[in-house]
Design a protein around this ligand. Structure first.
Ligand code: MG
Length: 461
């Protein structure tokens, strides 16, 4: 077999700008996916709320049918709800037409296997090989199976979330929550769930159509949410991304909560709630080492590190046979006993249960998490290869220290830890320095930038 050298899949599925790419691309991608699976495979297909999906959703379904799959159409649905249903209802695979948090002109496709987790790299490479070599299965006319609409998908998913939380306890506390749905598919799940739990629920950006809030739940996009939470005296606010797998929180004072801090708060709660679960969490190397050292490891919770990309976290959780949680620092959090994938609505439900079970506020819980000083930065490189060479050279220069090199390098020094990692999607290298003392962090960062500039110059001579 000729190896596919070109890539379609990034860290999180395939993404492209809808009006700059021939729609034939979506058709070929869908045919390649269907051709990877056996003829007659049952595929659950859904999409997020972006307008650009209108032009390709049916094309993707058409490609899957032409390639031999039987398509079940869930239409508008958050990615985690689709992932749950693929596994729970025994589909052979799932496809979500979404570009997650990317701007609205982007579209994309996420491929989910029958275990509900995004396809691993070896499957992605196989689909890419079929695509680039045009090895499509074209089924004959009588094998082209009609699309079947799936009704009640959201009902099944919401029921599954409720089965994992203490509904009675939540109903006794009259909590107030503001949900920012990013004008996308979370509008179908989180507000409905919270209302069913007896929570006074206010929504922002709950209309699944333009005008939209930027799909990324970053602090600068959540000003309205922060203001409203404070103005109405809510217990917290929660904001989702475009496909609903992330949940970012705003505390009762209207302050944005970093994703790694909310993950710590939720994980500590899960550890108390389920003392028999394995005392471990799985996270990516881009999460703060010092933060977790102080707030989880000190409590006897082991931290397992993976490459960046939630599919690596989810697959590691499965390989290890479970964990308390899996998370990233961007609001992606998996409550593993529900499912090992990020799930924005489930995270919101868990936060509600946490607050209903304690006499504290989210701002107090956040304050109790000791946070190191952090610098997150990036530097441009001419190519990913140059980024890789820079990392190799840094490895030599810091070889006297403890190094972890599963994705870039993380170097541990006395009072400071740093990570340098070539981006998987852009010609940049990411730099992340953390320290308990600001001066030490800044000193390390400046030294690192100097070293990288020097190496980069040397490589270009
Ligand atoms: Mg997402």
């Amino acid at each position: 077999m000729v190896e596919a050298v070109k890539k379609l899949f990034g860290t999180d599925g395939v993404r492209w700008i809808v009006d700059r790419t021939n729609p034939e691309f979506a058709l070929r991608l869908a045919m390649a996916i269907a051709s990877y699976f056996p003829n007659g495979a049952r595929a659950l297909v859904g999409r997020d709320g972006r307008v650009g999906n209108n032009s390709i959703y049916n094309i993707v379904m058409g490609g899957l049918i032409a390639g031999g799959s039987k398509v079940y159409d869930a239409n508008l649905i958050p990615t985690p709800a689709l992932q749950y249903l693929v596994k729970a209802l025994g589909f052979d695979y799932g496809v979500v037409v979404t570009a997650s948090h990317n701007p609205p002109e982007w579209v994309g496709v996420k491929l989910v296997l029958n275990d509900g987790i995004e396809a691993p790299p070896n499957v992605e490479r196989e689909v890419e090989a079929i695509f680039f070599e045009s090895r499509f299965r074209n089924v004959s006319w009588h094998e082209m199976r009609p699309v079947e609409k799936i009704d009640g998908a959201i009902d099944i998913y919401i029921k599954s979330v409720k089965e994992r939380i203490d509904v009675d306890r939540i109903k006794m506390r009259k909590l107030k929550v503001v949900v920012d749905c990013a004008n996308s598919v979370s509008a179908l799940t989180t507000p409905r769930l919270l209302k069913e739990l007896g929570i006074k629920t206010l929504t922002l950006n709950a209309d699944i159509s333009a005008p939209y809030r930027p799909y990324e739940p970053a602090e600068e996009n959540l000003e309205d949410l922060m203001k409203v939470v404070k103005a109405v005296g809510a217990d917290f606010g929660v904001a989702h991304d475009g496909d609903g797998d992330r949940a970012v929180f705003v505390d009762n004072n209207g302050n944005y909560v970093q994703g790694d801090v909310s993950a710590v708060v939720l994980t500590q709660y899960v550890a108390e709630k389920h003392p028999t679960l394995p005392k471990r969490v799985v996270t990516s190397i881009a999460t703060s080492h010092l933060l977790l050292e102080k707030s989880l490891v000190s409590r006897g919770i082991e931290v397992i590190w993976t490459r960046v990309g939630f599919l690596h976290i989810a697959r590691k959780i499965m390989e290890l046979g479970g964990a308390l949680s899996g998370f990233e620092d961007n609001g992606g959090f998996a409550y593993v006993i529900h499912q090992p994938v990020r799930d924005g609505t489930m995270s919101a439900a868990l936060m509600v249960e946490l607050l209903a079970s304690s006499n504290t506020t989210l701002s107090q819980l956040v304050e109790d998490v000791p946070r190191p000083y952090m610098i997150r930065s990036k530097m441009s490189v001419s190519s990913r290869e140059e980024g890789v060479l820079i990392v190799e050279e840094l490895k030599k220069r810091y070889s006297g220290h403890r190094i972890v090199d599963i994705d870039g390098i993380r170097v541990f020094m006395d009072n400071v830890v740093f990570l340098v990692r070539p981006s998987g999607t852009e010609p940049i290298i990411r730099i992340f320095v953390e320290a308990w003392e600001k001066t030490e962090g800044e000193k390390m960062f400046n030294e690192l930038v100097k070293q990288i500039e020097e190496i980069r110059e040397g490589l270009r001579k």
